[in-house]
Ligand binder design. Sequence first.
Ligand SMILES: C[S@@+](CC[C@H](N)C(=O)[O-])C[C@H]1O[C@@H](n2cnc3c(N)ncnc32)[C@H](O)[C@@H]1O
Length: 225
Amino acid sequence: MSNKENASQKIKKAWPTKAAMDQVYELNLWGTNNGAFYSGSGSHNPEIVNPYIEVVSSFLQSFISPLVVCDLGCGDFNIGKQLVKYTKSYIGIDIVSKLIAYNKENFKAKNLEFNCLDIAVDNLPVADCVLIRQVLQHLSNTEVQNIVAKLINFKYVILTEHLPNGNFKPNKDILSGQGIRLKTQSGIDLLVAPFNFKVKQKKQLLAIPLKANKGVIVTTLYTVF
Ligand SMILES: C[S@@+](CC[C@H](N)C(=O)[O-])C[C@H]1O[C@@H](n2cnc3c(N)ncnc32)[C@H](O)[C@@H]1O
């Protein structure tokens, strides 16, 4: 085999995101929960989850008329299930069809629905507020860009991302899948290139440092218009 052929074989090929996320859940790549779907410790560790629920539920309760909320990449719904009661209606969306079928079966409320969609490709439902929690960190810049183009339709976007400690070079590209930009000392900043998300206001709601210098989970509220 020539050197050129050898080198080209080493270039990693992107899997379709749906196949990659299906595999994450089938092989329990983010951990396990007695055979049920499991979206990772970021969705279950009380030190990470409880402050998030507190800050987002108080935001949702600050409105006289409850908001319609769309949860993009809702995962195993350990987070979302605690927020439904503070909304007018809650739409949980994920790319993994078996996970959505499981959620439909296991989480029921009059104001709750689930849809299986690829948020980088499909049209999104109409809502007042988007929650997008530890999703963009797994996606390529092309997909993040496609999602940002749709976020302009929502008045409020509450974004949670796992970021490196201290200063970092934002938005290094990755292949979509199980891993995140942290490996390359990078993380998402939607307000700078190549995304340049235009918002009226930005407010950091929460920053939870992880042990052993493993980065920080940051939640930011963007008021879009
Ligand atoms: C790390 S989990 C976070 C789950 C949940 N947001 C939470 O914080 O508990 C990321 C979720 O995003 C979903 N996801 C990734 N890419 C997606 C896409 N393009 N469209 C819809 N869901 C996607 C995955 O299937 C997975 O359930």
